[in-house]
Write a protein that binds this ligand. Structure first.
Ligand code: PNS
Length: 170
């Protein structure tokens, strides 16, 4: 790894989960040039939370956990353009299971075609959080299930605002 490597960690983060935080913690130990979390604004997935809410939840979770040296931005347009603007030569993505691999490989190849100087690096989350996905968190909270233990405090508070105390198991 080159000196002072900076990485960008893009995603929808709708909402941030303990899996995302686990990955950031691991990455912060590796990328000594800093880590930029980049929240996608114009997602086609009709997100539950606005880009600003998603950005705020991630930033609050990092502050609560005392994870420093990580900036949280929101972006639209091509990821590689944001990576260049931020001076990041590495795109960080999490790989939870084989099912993630096909899409991730395709994206990594496409991003390399667009920006040959930028490499995608995959990290695997801890096995205690590798079953968590934002999609399932949204679905469970929407259906009245308990998502505490799956998301950081800041995200849980927003989910309770949206769906009521059942989201926190109350
Ligand atoms: O959390 P997600 O939804 O899996 O993240 C997907 C994300 C944000 C990484 C991807 O949709 C993305 O990079 N979008 C920005 C637009 C772009 O650059 N598209 C070409 C990717 S090959």
């Amino acid at each position: 790894m080159s000196e002072c490597a900076r990485a960008i960690y893009p995603g929808s983060f709708d909402p941030v989960t303990l899996g995302h935080l686990d990955l950031v913690r691991r990455a912060a130990r590796i990328f000594d040039g800093g880590l930029v979390v980049a929240v996608l604004r114009n997602t086609t997935k009709s997100p539950l939370f606005s880009p600003e809410e998603r950005r705020e939840m991630f930033a609050a979770a990092l502050a609560d956990e005392g994870i420093g040296g990580v900036r949280v931005i929101s972006f639209e347009g091509l990821l590689v353009d944001v990576a260049r603007r931020e001076g990041a030569k590495i795109i960080l993505r999490g790989l939870r299971a084989v099912s993630d691999f096909e899409f991730e490989l395709q994206m990594a190849m496409m991003n390399r075609r667009l920006a040959p100087g930028i490499e995608t690096v995959f990290l695997t989350p801890g096995e205690d959080v590798s079953f968590i996905s934002s999609r399932l968190v949204r679905e469970i909270a929407r259906l009245g299930g308990d998502v505490s233990g799956l998301v950081p405090r800041a995200a849980l508070a927003r989910l309770v605002e949206r769906f009521g105390p059942a989201a926190a198991g109350e």
